[in-house]
Ligand binder design. Sequence first.
Ligand SMILES: [Mn+2]
Length: 314
Amino acid sequence: MQYKKVIDIINNSTNIAIVTHESPDGDAIGSSTAVYLALKKLNKKADLIIKEYSSVFNVVDILNESIREPRNINYDLVFVVDSANAERLNEINILKNANEIINIDHHISNNLFGTYNIVDGKSPACCQVLIKVFNSLGIDIDKEIATSLLVGIITDTNGFRNQSTNKETFIDVANMLDLGVNLSEIYMKVLSTNTLAQFELKKIANNRLEFFENGKIAFTYITEEDKKNVNAQIGDHEGIVDIGRSIEGVEVSIFLHEKDGIYKVSLRSNSYVNVSEIGIIFNGGGHFYASGFVSDLPLIELKNKLIEEVAKRL
Ligand SMILES: [Mn+2]
């Protein structure tokens, strides 16, 4: 990757947009706001396009400068962060018209759809990839950028617990502490606080949890109706997949969440099942221990297929 070229592209662009995947999680929010702040340091004002986001991410002040819809469809340069493919994006149309696309990600399944691709499949978070990018571009990481980056690192490592967490994670976070970031406050807000609706959804999912294959597979789901009943907002289903995963003996946790009449599937494994393989079968993707995709199959059929695919790998 030629970083000098990236700086040239940024300098030569007047209309810049930043986009990330739909239903943005902490890494998507952290990455896109960090890029926005970094561009500001280069005296470039970009459109930070985020359709919707959970209130837990208000810890990132600059989110109030984000916009819901693109201002135009002809951007010179589009940054895409934390997205394995173009299909998962909020804004596929602006990619079609963009002169340059800089794709920064950490999914092993990323299909390198950018004109420039900075993808590190070993990194636990896109925000951690960005630290290297900013350092290479000579962009100073200040307290505000660090706060964004920490949101992504904390959420994607599930609080430094996921296997993907590495030595660099701790070195990077240690450096951020020197900048005065409030690690415990960010951690509490984005990872250890449930909204009331989220708590209610967890109760429902707990009650529905079933085990298969001698307790190695945990399965649960929530429907559109459940969400309506508890007045759930975007992001309130976060953390449910980790309930199954936390139970002794479970290798793979399967969580289905109905949205707009189809099911969003989250898979998590604990030690030896590569769930990104299953994601790919269903046209999704992800990482060894975490993957996801959407399916229009009916609930029972989808459940049975998933259990079958996981069982083959146990
Ligand atoms: Mn991520």
